[in-house]
Design a protein around this ligand. Sequence first.
Ligand code: ATP
Length: 234
Amino acid sequence: MLEVTDLHVNYGPVKAVHGVSFSATAGRVTLVLGANGAGKSTSLRAVAGFHKPASGSVVLEGTDITGTSAHRVVRRGMVLVPEGRKIFFPLTVEENLRIGGYAAPRGNLDQGIAEVYEKFPILGDRCHAQAGLLSGGEQQMLAFGRALMSRPKLMLMDEPSMGLAPTMVEKVMSSVRSMADAGIGILMVEQNAEAGLRVADDVFVVSRGETVWSGSAEEARGNKAIVHAMLGEA
Ligand code: ATP
């Protein structure tokens, strides 16, 4: 579904990413692990069309979309749930969802909102609340819901567990799993390797700007010492 090959991304003279490759598949959770500053966010943002890669290729469902800008990428069915959630605090839950729907008008907005409330009942309960008043976990659900409004085939997620209490991390991860079980491809960057590995199918490890390991989540779970060493934690 998504093939990213030998991606290079620079910030002026800084070579942030120099040889990242990964892929993602419909109905599966693909986890990208890496230490702080390894280049995970930069890679994800380049794939989603927020940075132009210096070289390498991004192929989505057989079409080369390298360097395509973010609004066009969303229309092709791939959406980024950004680091820090980036929801609109002064707006209500429902207004945030509507904005997600405008990004890629597909189907009926009200029906899309109803589907999000079915998946995340807490958002329905709080539909008229200001988004800034939600808890961190609820805000993450809203970020997922807003992304779902574009009816994506593939969701890119940047650190969905960031800053959340352990029970909330579990809830967020189980929503990630259920979105994949509904057929959406998930490519998730996480620093919380333990939490991510519990729901992942496939794993890529990025270190100092390049992909250094890939395998099944089962292999990674059985080989945690190696994964932690590659993350620079052992
Ligand atoms: P984190 O989990 O901390 O976000 P990461 O693996 O996502 O880490 P990136 O944020 O992609 O890593 O950063 C990769 C490298 O690029 C780092 O060395 C970082 O300092 C550098 N970098 C990131 N953003 C910029 C920027 N706007 N300008 C210059 N260098 C940057």
